[in-house]
Design a protein around this ligand. Structure first.
Ligand SMILES: Nc1ncnc2c1ncn2[C@@H]1O[C@H](COP(=O)(O)OP(=O)(O)OP(=O)(O)O)[C@@H](O)[C@H]1O
Ligand SMILES: Nc1ncnc2c1ncn2[C@@H]1O[C@H](COP(=O)(O)OP(=O)(O)OP(=O)(O)O)[C@@H](O)[C@H]1O
Ligand SMILES: [Mg+2]
Ligand SMILES: [Mg+2]
Lengths: 227, 227
């Protein structure tokens, strides 16, 4: 469902070129639950942003569900992001002046869902991540792990066929982590595709495949050793 | 060095009172390296903010190095924060328009250090957290784990006698984590006091004592079981 070929992402800084990704080729199959690991700065978030249609590569091709994503215009990309993809950001990116329910409703507004149904679905999703007692809190009235779970709820509320989660348990204790991973298992069992960045081996083991990155590309040698 | 007695922190939300901390008493000894653990929302960051003189309790007493902190005015608190305490925030709190070096120099500006020495010390500290190749990057040009390490460098640059670190390895792979924890060991060996929040047992084991919190207070039963 996700096919990346020879992806390159370069940042130009003054006279220098910084290769965040280079020679990156990778395939994620429909309905797969994969974990993405690698050292800090190895390009995981950059790769996730490209897969999530939030960023475009400097070169290379990205075919999503048979569609050549690089050829799409901004409106078409926004439509894919809203309908097909749920994204949990490493830095959450919640809107500070809205409370938890309002933040989680956002993807449903774009999808044209009625106010009553939006509120019901947002509440339901917040309950599923253990936040029924924090629905009216704004982000600055929430703990780090509670904000993380609002970000997860917002990614799930539209029932996306592809869930991209960048360090979704980075601020969660082992029990809340376990609850979130159980939720991911449930979503996976419905046939959805999940790609999750994590730096914790215990969390990665909950996925069915571990993809390792190093210096901006896939560490194929390590991947071969592990299978 | 840190003595908290019967600390309470209440948030009033409309008609309700939310007890983020209640009946919390705790002592941290000079030169100790302790880990603080507990479920998401149990009050760890709230406690850290009070210890770090960034927030005041609703009631209770806090004696730091023999000084009654609650009686101090804002200027005196700012002085303590700058001279005695280094704080690594759970959400980093870097200034977006400054690059890594400029962010790390900030505590030294308050301390009245000259420009040349500030830059030297900031560079040195950034090298010690593995960021010698990212010194001129702004936060949005850095990965999550790189931003975390800039936040750590900023907390260390003033050589504080008390280091408060809220989830300092939350975004780091195991190798970068290990390097940061080695650095903490070194700081500890110089006689400094470290209190570190973490949700990972492996990281907590690097400390000499684990303090567990639950529902806004210290879990004394669990603490007794572990000693
Ligand atoms: N806008 C930018 N300009 C220059 N360099 C950048 C920019 N954004 C990212 N980088 C660099 O690209 C590299 C990859 O960043 P990325 O955020 O993908 O890493 P990561 O694998 O997610 O790391 P982490 O585990 O620390 O979150 C990093 O070395 C980073 O410094
Ligand atoms: N300004 C506020 N108004 C209302 N409630 C708040 C406010 N700030 C924090 N809280 C609540 O206080 C409780 C403790 O928050 P705190 O950030 O200390 O938790 P934590 O232990 O650090 O959690 P985490 O592990 O998720 O970071 C949480 O339940 C949170 O919702
Ligand atoms: Mg990242
Ligand atoms: Mg916290």
């Amino acid at each position: 469902v996700i096919l990346l070929n020879n992806i390159e992402k370069v940042y130009v800084m003054g006279q220098q070129k910084l290769y965040a990704l280079q020679n990156l080729s990778c395939e994620i199959f429909k309905g797969e639950f994969a974990a993405l690991m690698g050292p800090s700065g190895s390009g995981k978030s950059t790769l996730m942003n490209i897969i999530g249609c939030l960023d475009t590569p400097t070169s290379g091709s990205y075919i999503l569900n048979g569609t050549d994503v690089i050829k799409l215009n901004d409106n078409q990309l926004a439509e894919i992001r809203n309908k097909e993809i749920g994204f949990v950001f490493q830095t959450f990116n919640l809107l500070p002046r809205m409370n938890a329910i309002e933040n989680v409703e956002l993807p449903l507004i774009y999808a044209g869902i009625s106010k009553k149904e939006r509120t019901d679905r947002a509440k339901e999703t917040l309950i599923s991540v253990g936040l029924e007692n924090r629905m009216n809190h704004k982000p600055n009235e929430l703990s780090g792990g509670q904000r993380q779970r609002v970000a997860i709820a917002r990614a799930l509320v539209n029932n996306p066929s592809i869930l991209l989660a960048d360090e979704p348990t980075g601020n969660l204790d082992s029990r809340s982590s376990g609850e979130i991973l159980d939720l991911f298992d449930k979503i996976h069992s419905f046939g959805n595709t999940i790609l999750m960045v994590t730096h914790e081996e215990d969390v990665a083991k909950r996925a069915k495949r571990i993809i390792r990155m190093i210096d901006g590309h896939i560490d194929t040698l390590q991947n071969i050793r592990e299978t």
